[in-house]
Design a binder for this molecule. Structure first.
Ligand code: F58
Length: 811
């Protein structure tokens, strides 16, 4: 770096407020082109972001040099989604520049917090899967893994949600409307990506592919600084560009629109994030997106390897590739194709190399959410890859037969005219992991049972985690300050240190300060909640939150039925001293998921009825602020008292919101599902409210022939709530509106809402009672924080590095 005469000191943190202020002023003028008097909030935000980014660049180069010098094994995290959120405050905190940034901006007459809030969320993901990828990026930098995230630079992230008369409406999201200050465009890092065409006899034994259509994948790099800026990895997102801006012949003919059409078509590939989280869309464009970013990433990986190494057989020693769900599962066939067609390796050698590098994380066992592509479609869009998939399938069948375990339809990749991407990913991977202990066991016993019998060493568990930087240090300043005083700040990089709080749970003075921090978060939330949802949140009120995507298995409907039953009970017994509650719902439904959207409307209709009822004023309110996203989670989580994790047991792979809420001192009401089980194991049975059927009981009930009508008949309060919904009590303008919900509850109830209702109701009443002994409640909350250190994504990444990637960590 010296040779380019850089004057920026390499020590990221070492910058004074005065110096930073000077740099912000320079960026405002020379990067944004605006003077201080004309500058708008966004201009100041961009100027500060560039000034902060300047502090990251040198450590970024140094990280690359260290990785190269040590020839470290690299870890590539391939994910269709990175649900990043805002970056400014995160970068500032990671670099330890909070007070410098505040002081610098105050000196310029600008409020730092307003700048932070001005940044649009980078919402390049749907939910947990995308947010996990973002936490893992943070942790790979925090613990010093030589990691690189690959994804798509969508022009439009997840849609913006609003409510029109209580119905979800979707609007296009536009995060790139203003410059995105954190990225560097890399026009030189680009690859042509082909689609369609034919496969002829050619080099190698897989046949050469002649695509009919080609687009260019162009890289955009965002540096990802770890804690204290010591290590900076990269997020590389691909954008689709046309091979030619104009078809010149058409242009010269005067057909200007026609001349631009191929370019527009090419660019549609990275135009928009698919908002579907329930069913694989049978859409060609989605398949093209998957191949587009996977192919670009694999080529980039090979190119980087080949710059320093000759022998491709060494690829598995130097490269680990993690597939975040099956969306990049075409990586296996693509890597084999490149090794065979372009490097001249034999198929079997190429397969062994690919399987040495690839690892696959599964995030769902819901059959309708497991990706499958019609073989016809795959063959049309990726003809060469379909041939390779057939060869992989045949080889796997041979291998299995040779081991005396002939594969069957349950273990075949191709079947019923479809390519089963989960099976493909499994067969082409060295390790396959589930995301909680229960989920991993269910993978082994159910969906992947046949494959597990063939390859008993392949499926391993890595329970999810969340980054303590964003999800405690960043989002919860009052608790952060208290922790700093009580136990220092070592926990930010080593979350297990929260255990030092355990004895403080019995210290009344500490508990009071802990409760005061929670209270401060609620006071901070109140005006926002009033503005967003017309709700008055008094700090003494129990704040009960269910924030996550809308899906029937997550059972927002169970929570709502309990709300209706509680409303009835309060009206019927006004003399009782009810525990006051505010119930908050937050989340989006996939635009095509009709039932989920109807449940959203029902929540809004119930909310209106309950909130307008003077009989329950000050006792029960329902809030549904629209457009739940990462930034909203950062507001709600620190203030929450109760965390709703009530999925049908066996269906939530892990959950990560459950970890964030517990880490911020909310108590969980939950089923024994996903990582709730591990949260219970750590915080202790007495500090969590578990209820309902277990995964085994759910399976048994279903096998016995579950009839929800009997559960409804046995619970008068459930029957009353269902009847009110059926008779239009919440929709007098359209009494039949919720018929689909009622019919489903009474006749089918796939997710066993009715079976778990009474247990849930009883647990909620126990929670009401527990809230009244505030010292005991706070003690439990402290113990939740103290014992949730294990749910750090740093622990998860260290686990992946050791048990899956065989990669070093720096620290
Ligand atoms: C989630 N999956 C799981 N999928 O539901 C959750 O239990 C888990 O904690 C989390 O992954 C992280 O492991 C999830 O978020 C999606 O959003 C997909 C988006 C693309 C289509 C299919 C679903």
């Amino acid at each position: 770096m010296d040779e380019v005469g850089l004057t920026v000191p390499p020590d990221a943190g070492a910058v004074s407020a005065a110096e930073l202020r000077e740099r912000v002023g320079q960026h405002l003028v020379f990067s944004i082109g605006r003077g201080a008097t004309a500058a708008r909030l966004a201009d100041w935000r961009l100027a500060l972001s560039y000034a902060i980014r300047d502090r990251i660049v040198v450590p970024w180069f140094q990280t690359a040099e260290r990785i190269n010098a040590a020839d470290r094994k690299r870890v590539y995290y391939l994910s269709m989604e990175f649900l990043i959120g805002r970056l400014l405050d995160d970068a500032v905190a990671n670099l330890g520049l909070e007070s410098a940034a505040r002081e610098a901006m105050a000196g310029l007459g600008v409020d730092y917090d307003a700048l932070v809030r001005d940044e649009p969320d980078a919402a390049l993901g749907n939910g947990g899967l995308g947010r996990l990828a973002a936490c893992f990026l943070d942790s790979m930098s925090a613990v010093g893994v030589a990691g690189l995230g690959y994804g798509i630079r969508y022009d439009h992230g997840l849609f913006r949600q609003s409510f029109e008369a209580g119905w979800q409406a979707e609007e296009a999201e536009d995060w790139l409307a203003q410059p995105h200050p954190w990225e560097f465009e890399r026009p030189e890092a680009s690859f042509p990506i082909g689609f369609g065409g034919s496969v002829g006899p050619g080099a190698g034994d897989a046949g050469a592919w002649h695509p009919a259509e080609t687009v260019i994948a162009v890289a955009y790099d965002t540096p990802v600084p770890g804690w204290q800026g010591r290590w900076v990895n990269t997020l590389r997102l691909w954008s689709a560009k046309p091979t030619r801006e104009f078809e010149l012949q058409a242009f010269n003919r005067g057909d200007f629109l026609g001349a631009a059409t191929p370019a527009v078509l090419a660019e549609t590939i990275s135009r928009v994030l698919y908002p579907d989280d329930s069913t694989p869309q049978g859409r060609e464009l989605r398949l093209k997106q998957e191949y587009f970013f996977t192919a670009a990433s694999i080529r980039d990986i090979l190119q980087r390897f080949e710059r320093r190494h000759g022998d491709l057989a060494a690829l598995p020693d130097k490269v680990a590739i993690q597939l975040n769900d099956t969306h990049p599962a075409i990586a296996g066939p693509e890597l084999i194709r490149l090794l065979v067609d372009e490097r001249g390796l034999a198929f079997d050698a190429a397969f062994d190399i690919a399987r040495g590098c690839l690892h696959y994380t599964n995030h769902t066992l819901l059959p309708e959410a497991l990706e499958r592509w019609p073989a016809e479609l795959l063959g049309r869009v990726l003809p060469c890859h379909l041939e390779i998939v057939e060869r992989i399938d045949a080889r796997h069948a041979r291998e299995s037969a040779a081991a005396g375990r002939p594969s069957d339809d349950g273990t075949a990749i191709l079947g019923d005219g479809e390519v089963r991407m989960g099976t493909l990913a499994f067969v082409a991977a060295r390790r396959v992991n589930g995301v909680s202990a229960l989920h991993t066991r269910l993978m082994q016993e159910t969906v992947f049972g046949g494959l597990h019998a063939l390859h008993p060493e392949r499926i391993v568990n890595q329970t999810n985690g969340v980054t303590p930087r964003r999800w405690l240090h960043g989002c919860n300043p009052p608790l952060r300050a208290l922790l700093q005083e009580a136990i220092g700040d070592g926990w930010v990089a080593d979350l297990d240190r929260l255990e030092a709080l355990v004895p403080l749970a019995d210290d009344a003075a500490f508990r009071e300060r802990f409760a005061a921090a929670k209270r401060a978060n609620k006071v901070r939330l109140a005006p926002w909640l009033a503005e967003q949802a017309g709700i008055e949140l008094a700090p003494e009120t129990l704040l009960d939150v269910q924030i996550k995507r809308f899906h029937e298995y997550k059972r927002q409907l169970l929570n709502l039925l309990e709300t209706v039953a509680l409303w009835n009970a309060m009206r019927q017994a006004p003399e009782v001293d009810w525990t006051p509650r505010v119930k908050v719902f937050g989340g989006k439904a996939a635009p095509g998921y009709r039932m989920a959207k109807l449940i959203i409307k029902l929540i809004n209709d119930v909310a209106r009825t309950v909130n307008d009822d003077p009989a329950v004023r000050g006792r029960l309110q329902v809030a549904f602020p629209p457009n739940y996203n990462v930034s909203m989670a950062e507001r709600l989580i620190p203030a929450a008292d109760l965390s709703e994790q009530i999925s049908t047991a066996g269906l939530e792979a892990s959950g990560t919101g459950n970890m964030k809420l517990a880490l911020n001192g909310a108590l969980t009401v939950g089923t024994l599902d996903g990582a709730n089980v591990e949260i219970r194991d750590r915080v202790g049975e007495e500090n969590i409210f578990i209820f309902g059927l277990t995964a085994e009981e759910v399976a048994r009930r279903r096998a016995e022939g579950y009839a929800p009508a009997a559960c409804i008949a046995a619970s008068p309060r459930l029957a009353e709530a269902v009847e009110q919904i059926a008779s239009g009590r919440f929709s007098p303008d359209e009494p039949e509106r919720f018929r689909a919900i009622v019919e489903d509850l009474r006749g089918h109830d796939r997710f066993l809402v009715c079976a778990d209702f009474e247990a849930y109701w009883q647990r909620q009443r126990a929670i009401d009672a527990a809230w009244r002994d505030r010292a005991a409640w706070t003690r439990s909350a402290v113990l939740n924080v103290a014992r949730c250190g294990w749910f750090s994504s740093d622990r998860a990444i260290r686990g992946y590095a050791k048990e899956i990637w065989n990669a070093e960590t720096e620290f």
